[in-house]
Design a protein around this ligand. Sequence first.
Ligand SMILES: [Mg+2]
Length: 467
Amino acid sequence: MPRITGFETHDVRFPTSLTGDGSDAMNTDTDYSAAYITLFTDTNLVGHGMTFTNGRGNDIVCMAIKEVANRLVGKDTEELFADMGKAWDHLTADAQLRWIGPEKGIIHIATGAVDNALWDMYARARRKPLWKLIVDMTPEEVIRSTSFRYITDAITKEEALSMLKAKEAGKQEREATVRQLGYPAYVTSAGWLGYSDEKVARLTKEAVAAGFTHFKMKVGVDVADDLRRGNLIRSIIDDPQFLPLGMKPRDPHSEDLRGKNAGPTGAVLMIDANQVWDVSQAIDYVYNLKEIKPWFIEEPTAPDDILGHAAVRKALKPHGIGVATGEHAHNRIIFKQLLQANAIDVCQIDSCRLAGVSEVLSVLLMSAKFGVPVCPHAGGVGLCEYVIHLSLIDYIAISGTMERNVLEYVDHLHEHFVTPCSINENGRYNVPSNPDEGYSIEMHESSIAEYEWPNGSYWAGRRAQEV
Ligand SMILES: [Mg+2]
């Protein structure tokens, strides 16, 4: 049986701050970065994982990854794979490291990178993409792979097991459906705050032409500016002349679009403030944007403020605007409380802020129980590659629904991955199908050599120019 013999980490940073990609009300000059790990065994079997950061501090996360990954060295891989929930508990149970969390902040996102690398290794060992590994598990195996500690007041193992069993019969049919249609996606790339109106208009037209029906823009610096950009985007997405040839407008009153404030062509607009407001500011500001008819406001306030999100949701509900959050919800307990407090209309899990697949499964199960759709956070670097797997698991094995869901898609940095995600002609994610791609997060060695901080060829070259 293979044993884990060691690992290497890489601090990989991409200079996205030069172009305004990823700019929003809170994050103005970010360099999308990956704190990356490869686990090695005494055979050819490896596992790749990463967590995402915005640049500075990525080296600190790499240091934390080393501390967490050390806990796997010497372990028998098959023993780990046989009980991934127990493996997750082991990763989070170091009595000394726990003090610098627990289960939040740097140590937790580092655990996410390591747990994801272990799941990647497990999928590679079975020669299945990660999503397929999990949807092919029995309900009992899924439960064993899930982190349940601290959430059993919201969902017990027995309840989760009966939910999974109830979805067993339809799994094959749903898998065939999504392989054929692809998974619904939405586009954020058009609406970064740092872009000019001309660039926003051009990118929005391109996104409509590519088949997208859901669009997100960043808001929160200036109401008049946001209204102008929102109306600009609406003027394009609501106009049938920009639809791709042969595509008919969607019925805005259909079940798939219920409650989404869809325009006449069935297009949906979402807005994202990236935590910039206090609670009452959020309510006032979003009220002033109601003419652009957003489906939801994402991250209206501090990500830990569960009751604040509930207050924003209650105040905006009469105006038909929902609340979404999750990309900074640091563990399953925050999600549990967001659901228990009726604070969100949409659950936006993050694949590597949560500590890997085992914790993601617990949030997928809770969201299904509470009837809240999961629309994962993506973008950054590597996040789109990861999250298509999670949405497929949600649809095929857990919630059983996808047409009301949409998965974020941002068209940046995919070229650095060996098996990048892709979008079909109807603006939907293709299903990863290479049996050797694991969790789809393996980065090209050449990309690591070029963008590793501080001595990769790109960064060394830039320093040489600045001298
Ligand atoms: Mg966001």
